[in-house]
Write a protein that binds this ligand. Structure first.
Ligand code: DGL
Length: 260
């Protein structure tokens, strides 16, 4: 059995495209409906109730396209509303969380830095993740205020200034593993890399999510066999979305307006 229904992916903005990229690489026959909720970015300043409302509306929107699985490609949303979504929707839902567990397995000096949005850094979810997986290690939560927004705007100067500041904190702390705990940051991996010592490993959750999607679809006998087709939506300006998404993915993306 197979299913050529699409996979739904959403984020507050273009960051979720880093997850889409990894899943597409692992599963090239799959089709995707991607939604960037740029009208409400950043999610980090929203209350849990607001995030529940937005994620519920987005999930309903994506279900209209008969998605067979949902990826919440946003660490912040996952930290606050994953349980809520799983309770309310009868569909497999995968959330993206900072890769603390893999980091704890590869650190040599026991010092891990987690770069994330301020909301993820302050979340109980991240504290629990650290407690359960890296209790005997030292974890620095680097609250990267403004970084996600500068990726949304492709503001190169601001990205550079902010990365100088945040990587300095990491270097002072002496981490040998850096976790990219926001889906916007994998697009900055090279820029982060060149600011840190070569012995520092930088990891994100993309490949693990792609693997998980594959495992679930295989188990549910829903892997696609057909020709893939992707649709991209934004809740804000499609022209701006298309420009930024194309620059990040390095191929032409045409976004459409979504009314959630
Ligand atoms: N890309 C989202 C994440 O992974 C950003 C969340 C936000 O908008 O605050 O956390």
């Amino acid at each position: 059995m197979a299913s050529n229904q699409p996979i739904g992916i959403f984020d507050s903005g273009v960051g979720g495209l880093s997850i889409l990229k990894e899943v597409k690489e692992t599963l090239p026959l799959e089709s995707f409906i991607f939604l960037a909720d740029q009208d409400h970015v950043p999610y980090g300043v929203k209350t849990k109730e607001e995030l529940e409302d937005l994620s519920e509306r987005i999930t309903k929107f994506l279900l209209n396209y008969h998605i067979k699985l949902l990826v919440v490609a946003c660490n912040t949303a996952t930290c606050y509303v994953l349980d809520f979504l799983r309770l309310n929707f009868d569909i497999s839902i995968i959330g993206v969380v900072p890769a603390v567990k893999p980091a704890s397995e590869i650190t040599v000096n026991g010092k891990i830095a987690v770069m994330s949005t301020p909301a993820t850094a302050e979340s109980n979810y991240l504290s629990k993740l650290v407690k359960n997986n890296a209790l005997n290690q030292k974890v620095l939560k680097v609250s990267c205020d403004g970084l996600e927004e500068s990726v949304e705007e492709l503001n190169i100067g601001q990205i550079s200034n902010l990365l100088d500041k945040y990587t300095l904190q990491i270097a002072k702390f002496g981490a040998d593993v850096v976790v990219l705990g926001c889906t916007h940051y994998p697009f900055l991996k090279k820029d982060i890399r060149k600011r840190l010592s070569t012995r520092v490993k930088i990891i994100d959750s993309g490949k693990a999510i792609a693997k998980r999607v594959k495992t679930i679809l295989k188990k549910e006998k829903k892997l696609a066999t057909g020709k893939s087709k992707d649709i991209y939506f934004t809740t804000a300006d499609p022209l701006n979305f298309s420009k930024v998404a194309s620059a990040l993915l390095k191929y032409k993306i045409t976004g459409q307006k979504a009314y959630i």
